[in-house]
Write a protein that binds this ligand. Structure first.
Ligand SMILES: *Cc1c(COP(=O)(O)O)cnc(C)c1O
Length: 470
């Protein structure tokens, strides 16, 4: 399998190289050159498989040529049978008639990002060991990504991981989840600035990696990394098969920020899974909702909401969809992305209408989010986190057809976002799962660092194990 850039002028890469990079050198994102496609009969024959076996069938075509079958199987078994606390890995819970949530929060950090980052860590370990190489993971987080990345990569021998978070601006649970994981390759930096400052420093470091003096290279763990998208395709197949697919279609509503998770659903459909409708659910940061409903893509200011993991101004993975909508014409896309920097953009009407056959969207504010947490709890005693609650509201608002099962992706456990749950007025407080009940007693380790690129880069250079091995 080869991977090409959405902007058309970077060399194609194989899976290993795409795993070990960030953006393409032309500024684009990598996508498979040709998407694997499964027949109805093939998909039907997967009914009843374990999550691991299903994951193998869905993902193997993407890694073929880089990883032998047995090694990949073992990696998947270790990931989905070793690190998730629910036997079903991604269990479905019913809310109403033909209405479901898929619980993607049974991994070690209680959010869906574990599905991809637990696998990513194992993939990196495998590939780096084989090549005898070392990399530095550098990422910024406003909460969920950091802990999931650290949990996923803590055992990687050839990886140093540096995660920047804004000092005093992430929730206690989120900070504890990052800073209580032990390992001499784990470095938590609390930057005396905001999330944008952190992100900007990461971006600049990727742009010019000379501060590492050639001793290592940077790998991205945000959702521009193709391997993350790949791992998320699996659970769309899983939900469908549990609900009678592929003999019937299923619809999904996805709490959306950077468009990574829902893009995986779009790919599942293009790989042959009958999906009727994909609902883009946003909070007040509604750039995607404005595009889907009005064909206008224009960044707004950032709003801080009760669903912080979806607080974004632009959605990086959206470029991957735009690429397909433009007939995979890299040159056209490069021009479009260039004009996006300075102005609001609309695409050709027929392209937008093509997207609308599959996608609907809805934006949900904080008040509606809290109301939904309360309503759903009263209806079914299912306690939703604020991101999932937004998904459920959008699903109910946009649903085209009551006879098609509608599945909302439950992207986080409610204990991660107690503020929204409290404000909703439900009479229960979410509790930490048993296996992490002692989180607040665990010892934390992090370094407060000034808000300056020079300080961060010197720290990375001085503290990586890449120094010791050379
Ligand atoms: C990351 C995240 C999202 C957004 O996912 P994208 O792939 O960025 O669209 C939604 N909910 C939660 C809880 C998250 O952590």
């Amino acid at each position: 399998m080869k991977y090409i850039s959405t902007r058309g002028s970077a060399p194609a890469l194989n899976f290993e190289d795409v795993l070990l990079t960030g953006l393409a050198p032309d500024g684009g994102l990598y996508v498979p050159e040709v998407l694997p496609r499964f027949t109805h009969e093939q998909i039907a024959s997967w009914a009843g498989l374990s999550y691991t076996d299903l994951a193998f069938n869905v993902m193997y075509p993407f890694v073929e040529g880089s990883i032998p079958e047995n090694d990949f199987r073992e990696m998947l078994r270790d990931t989905y049978e070793g690190s998730f606390s629910h036997k079903a890995v991604a269990p479905l819970a019913q809310l109403g008639r033909n209405e479901w949530v898929m619980e993607l929060f049974h991994g070690p950090t209680l959010a869906f990002k574990d599905f991809a980052l637990q696998l990513l860590g194992r993939l990196l370990d495998y590939v780096l060991e084989k090549r005898n190489e070392h990399v530095v993971i550098l990422g910024a987080t406003s909460g969920d990504t950091g802990s999931a990345a650290i949990e996923g990569c803590k055992r990687c021998k050839n990886v140093d991981i540096f995660i920047l978070h804004p000092h005093n601006r992430v929730s206690d649970v989120q900070r504890k989840q990052m800073t209580t994981i032990k390992g001499d390759n784990i470095h938590n930096l609390a930057v005396e600035g905001n999330f944008d400052d952190c992100q900007q420093m990461v971006k600049e470091s990727f742009g010019d990696q000379s501060f590492l003096e050639g001793k290592s290279r940077l790998v991205a763990v945000n959702s521009i990394n193709w391997a993350r998208i790949m791992a998320q395709i699996v659970y769309y197949f899983h939900a469908s098969l549990e609900l009678g697919g592929p003999h019937r279609s299923v619809s999904f509503s996805v709490p959306t920020g950077n468009f990574g998770d829902i893009f995986a659903g779009y790919l599942a459909r293009n790989m042959g899974l009958p999906i009727n409708q994909l609902v883009v659910a946003t909070n007040s940061n509604d750039i995607l909702h404005r595009f889907i409903s009005e064909n206008k893509y224009s960044p707004d200011t950032l709003h801080h909401t009760l669903s912080p993991s979806m607080d974004i101004m632009v959605s990086s993975n959206f470029e991957r969809l735009l690429f397909d909508l433009h007939g995979r014409d890299g040159k056209a896309l490069a021009e479009l992305m260039e004009s996006l920097k300075t102005e609001a953009v609309s695409i050709d009407d027929h392209r937008w209408k093509a997207a609308r056959t599959l996608f609907d969207s809805h934006a949900v504010d904080d008040e509606q989010t809290c109301q939904a947490i309360k309503d759903v709890f009263d209806e079914s005693e299912e306690l939703l986190d604020p991101h999932t609650a937004i998904g459920v509201v959008a699903a109910r608002e946009c649903r085209r057809d009551a006879s098609t099962p509608m599945v909302t992706l439950a992207t986080a456990h409610p204990v991660k976002f107690p503020e929204a749950v409290e404000k909703s007025g439900v009479d229960v407080s979410p509790e930490l799962p048993h296996h992490m009940a002692d989180l607040f007693d665990r010892e934390e380790s992090y370094t407060v660092i000034e808000n300056s690129l020079g300080a961060v880069q010197s720290y990375v250079k001085a503290h990586g194990n890449h120094n010791k091995s050379l």
